[in-house]
Design a protein around this ligand. Structure first.
Ligand code: S3P
Length: 197
């Protein structure tokens, strides 16, 4: 059987504009919130974590939403919250791992800015997600097997993002630097705080 080709890191078709939001996508444990927060600081922009906003809107934690109402309910709330967040231009938004799988969300993200897939390999995802037991999808079985299945299902869709950046192990600053280089292709090596807002 032919091995699927690993998608190569690539850059966006255009540079990031001040009104564009930057939307981070990728699997649980890829570092979307950690990188997003630092990226927002570097860009002098506001950072929002979609999962935190969903919990705020629901008044309870994501595990509780899953337990009490189920995944479908969570997904529709997630879609609504992200649509709302995208109405404010120029933010850096970290999304939950399943958000970009929704076609409506992908269309809304494309209309509001640039999407960045933080791609990470299975070992790194397993290591990072094992630190916290707050992800309902990983509770139902062997986390490595679940993440492997999600890689298979989701990576072809994440690959539709404007930018793919490898979220390798190491200092988050290095990943932030790679994201900045992708968002401002051929412009400069780094973006000092506030200069691109
Ligand atoms: C999910 C990822 C989680 C959270 C929810 C579902 C997913 O967010 O939205 O548990 O479907 O991959 P993180 O990717 O921030 O862990």
């Amino acid at each position: 059987m032919e091995r699927p080709q690993k998608p190569q890191p690539h850059g966006p078709a255009r540079r990031l504009a001040s009104e564009d939001s930057v939307v981070l996508v990728g699997l649980m444990g890829a570092g979307k919130s950690c990188i997003g927060r630092r990226l927002a600081q570097r860009l002098g922009r506001r950072f929002v974590d979609a999962d935190t906003e969903i919990e705020r809107a629901a008044g309870c934690s994501i595990p509780d939403i899953f337990a009490e109402h189920g995944e479908a309910y969570f997904r529709s709330g997630e879609r609504r919250v992200i649509q709302r967040l995208l109405q404010t231009p120029g933010q850096v938004i970290a999304t939950g791992g399943g958000a970009f799988m929704d076609p409506e969300t992908r269309a809304a993200v494309a209309a509001a800015g640039l999407s960045v897939w933080l791609r990470a390999d299975l070992d790194l995802l397993v290591k990072r997600t094992s630190r916290r037991d707050s992800r309902p999808l990983l509770r139902g079985g062997n986390p490595r097997e679940i993440l492997q299945r999600l890689i298979h299902e989701r990576y072809p869709v994440y690959a539709l993002a404007d930018v793919t950046v490898d979220a390798a192990e190491g200092p988050p600053e290095a990943t932030v630097e790679r994201v900045l280089e992708s968002l401002y292709p051929k412009a400069r090596k780094s973006a000092p705080a506030g200069t691109h807002a």
